[in-house]
Design a protein around this ligand. Structure first.
Ligand code: FAD
Length: 475
């Protein structure tokens, strides 16, 4: 997808030298082949262009870059792991890319205070590992955790599979260090849970997708590391049955219920067909599946999980279920889930939505959306799956078998229109976790409160009067 935006003026010839003086020769990327990986993303959906990638190694260098960019009115696109799904990290119009990946230090780990201060370029999996080394849990977890970064996670306010119990990225950050467009460094890094001294500034930058400033570090919350984790894979008849199972699970396990994923049979079939070394955990087929996990600081998770499943079977809610016998089986269950997005690629064009509705409305949403989408494009194949416990469904639609991918993808906005109408009518959101970027930018003014949009524009103008911070994204 090429995004059309007003042309950027070319970089003044001496400016690259000035940037070179800030970050050093080695960390200025000007060769087209070396720049290429920063211009596209995993799904190959967005393609950008840029004359320059800068790879600063410290907050001071990021600050000097922003100051210089302001002086010369040069637009910047912050980039972390480049795993974003809405085109926010792509320089669509010749902007300079600022890659934060070299800011990869963990500045402080404090198990007593349950905090960890990471630089923005720390890879999520590294942060998780560091926490576990001091017997703590950093619970943010998503399919891209091997390459996405803490700065990107906070800038997109990532969700993931742990959000049910621990909240989204925003709820895991106590404070931030942010470089503003003019180069000033806002230091609201804090280990404090309680600090009522004025406006909640750090939260402005979380979910801002790099449009208000560049996050350079964050103080994150740590949690006790569970002693027992138990995972079940469940076959059932409908999303309504899954909702009933969720209700029983919450009643019985309360905060110990850490994941509850709903999977349509077609999503499971795609994963098994196209994933590497993925097997069906159950011997029988079912229209819907749930992948659920309980985590406990005591060794009672298995008993609780067995009791939940026994009750659900007795009430006719669950048809079949298997509990992972060991770690490798548990990992195999999750692999089936994690490969779900990628497994749609070999099935041709896929129109993707990342929506949320109130949890109780999920079954009605899926039923209505399936009917509307198939009516709009006969033969199209809805592939819904996702975080039922958060009311967040990745409502993807694969092209008809044997159809033309380009023709199908040309209907993206038509499909959006019918899906979003249902979402909004049900009081939901058109972007539950991936953000707005450029993918949903045009729709935002139609779905968000008018005053909220006005305030967002005022904040953007106040913090970035020249519009150099990730221009054309979100607003
Ligand atoms: P990037 O992609 O580099 O950037 C994303 C946005 O943040 C851009 O707008 C960029 O400009 C901005 N940005 C990056 N770093 C900074 C910074 N330091 N300061 C300011 N702005 C910055 N997302 C979920 O929420 N939940 C999921 O379950 C999930 N699963 C995924 C599974 C797969 C296989 C893939 C490929 C993606 C998935 N994502 C998911 C989306 C993606 O991983 C997240 O959005 C992630 O948080 C992006 O992190 P990143 O470091 O790759 O950021």
């Amino acid at each position: 997808m090429n995004i059309v935006q007003p042309a950027m003026p070319p970089l003044p010839p001496d400016l690259i030298e000035k940037f070179r003086a800030i970050v050093g020769e080695k960390y200025v990327v000007t060769d087209a082949a070396d720049i290429a990986p920063y211009l596209t993303e995993e799904r190959n959906l967005f393609h950008g262009r840029s004359p320059l990638v800068l790879r600063p190694g410290s907050t001071a260098e990021v600050s000097a870059i922003c100051k210089l960019a302001t002086e010369h009115k040069i637009a910047l696109v912050p980039q972390g792991g480049n795993t974003g799904l809405v085109g926010g990290q792509t320089p669509h119009n010749g902007e300079v890319v600022v890659s934060l990946r070299r800011l990869d230090k963990i500045r402080d780990v404090d198990p007593e205070s349950n905090t960890m201060t990471c630089e923005a370029g720390v890879v999520l999996q590294v942060a998780q590992q560091k926490a576990s080394e001091v017997d703590r849990l950093f619970p943010l977890s998503l399919g891209a955790e091997g390459s996405c970064t803490i700065g990107g996670n906070l800038s997109t306010n990532a969700g993931g599979t742990g959000a049910l119990a621990y909240g989204v990225a925003r709820e895991m950050a106590l404070g931030l260090e942010v470089v503003l467009a003019d180069g000033r460094v806002l230091n609201v890094l804090s280990k404090l849970k309680k600090d009522n001294t004025g406006y909640d500034l750090h939260n402005l930058f979380i979910g801002a997708e790099g449009t208000l400033g560049i996050i350079t570090a964050a103080t994150l919350k740590l949690f006790p590391r569970p002693r027992a984790v138990e995972t079940a894979y469940v076959g059932l008849q409908s999303p309504a049955a899954a909702l009933k199972l969720l209700s029983i699970s919450r009643n019985e396990a309360a905060g110990a219920l850490t994941s509850f994923e709903l999977l349509a049979d077609i999503a499971v079939d795609f994963s098994i067909r196209h994933g590497i070394d993925i097997r069906d955990p159950l011997t029988s087929k079912h229209p819907w599946y749930v992948l659920m996990e309980l985590s406990s600081s005591r060794n009672d998770a298995r008993d609780t999980l067995e009791a939940i499943l026994a009750q659900a079977m007795e009430e006719g809610i669950v048809d079949d279920a298997v509990i992972a016998a060991n770690l490798s089986q548990r990992q195999a269950f999750w692999k089936l889930r994690d490969e779900m997005s990628g497994a749609q690629k070999p099935e041709g064009g896929s129109i993707k939505h990342d929506i949320s509705v109130p949890v109780a409305a999920v079954p009605a949403f899926i039923e209505e959306a399936n009917a509307a989408v198939v009516k709009l494009i006969p033969g199209s194949r809805p592939v819904p799956f996702g975080h039922l416990g958060d009311g967040n469904i990745h409502y993807n639609v694969s092209q008809p078998v044997g159809g033309n991918a380009a023709d199908f993808l040309a209907r993206w906005h038509d499909v959006n229109a019918v899906v979003f109408e249902i979402v909004l009518r049900m009081g939901g959101s058109i972007s539950a976790e991936h953000g707005i970027g450029v993918l949903k930018r045009e729709e935002l003014p139609d779905v968000k409160d008018k005053v909220a949009i006005e305030l967002m524009r005022s904040i953007k103008t106040m913090l970035d009067p020249l519009g150099i911070m990730n221009p054309g994204k979100v607003l």
